[in-house]
Design a protein around this ligand. Sequence first.
Ligand code: ADP
Length: 248
Amino acid sequence: MIAMDENDISFFKDGLRLDGRRADELRPVKIEVGILARADGSCYIEMGGNKVIAAVYGPREVHPRHLQEVTRAIVRYRYNMASFSVEERKRPGPDRRSYELSKVSREALEPVILTSFFPRSVIDVFVEVLQADAGTRTAGINAAAVALADAGIPMKSMISSCAAGKVGDTIVLDPMKEEDNFGQADLPIAMTPNGDITLMQMDGNLTPDEFGQAVTMAMKGAKDIYELQRRALVAKYSQISTDSAREE
Ligand code: ADP
């Protein structure tokens, strides 16, 4: 196989990206709240070609018990990519990448969770990637934040996540797989609606100017995603209140 690098690929055609988007455009997003009957909270999200489910359990008793914290709940986050989620079968089970993504995703959400309300307990977040197309960590965080709200976990605010990247010397929002794999840089962030950043990672190289541009673009993307998360939660809970009003 011939190795490809960014110079072999043209990322733009007639000023648009290969999937027809403008540089500052998100992929289509679909969010469904409460799709799993056994979880305390759940969410299904599609962000472009990504299909991700998040399930939240708890607050509940911690096992093993030596992990208990006397002043707060602990938060566990498990990111997992299904073996059928990518073109070539992914070897099942945890690997270095999934440990890293689980850690940074937990740290993206933990600052807004009011863990001191639930000492000695655990809040478990499971994220399953069913189909991957770059940006699975951001899709997972978006779904997990909605699932936490659906579980009724007290939070200071929502968390919304989005990446920006650099391809063909241009800063683009929400890179898809070809852009992520063959592009020059990838910068995922997560933030509160007020713009407090809880996750920032960077792969590749950006000049200080490009960095500023990418952060601004990713923050605008996250803000737009926040609106969709809010709407999905309102849609579910206004439906429930209409149903219960009808029953009375
Ligand atoms: P993210 O999904 O958050 O962008 P990465 O940058 O590590 O995380 O991965 C980018 C994309 O590369 C993934 O969304 C997926 O499409 C693909 N990918 C990641 N790991 C594998 C793997 N083991 N096999 C095949 N494709 C993978």
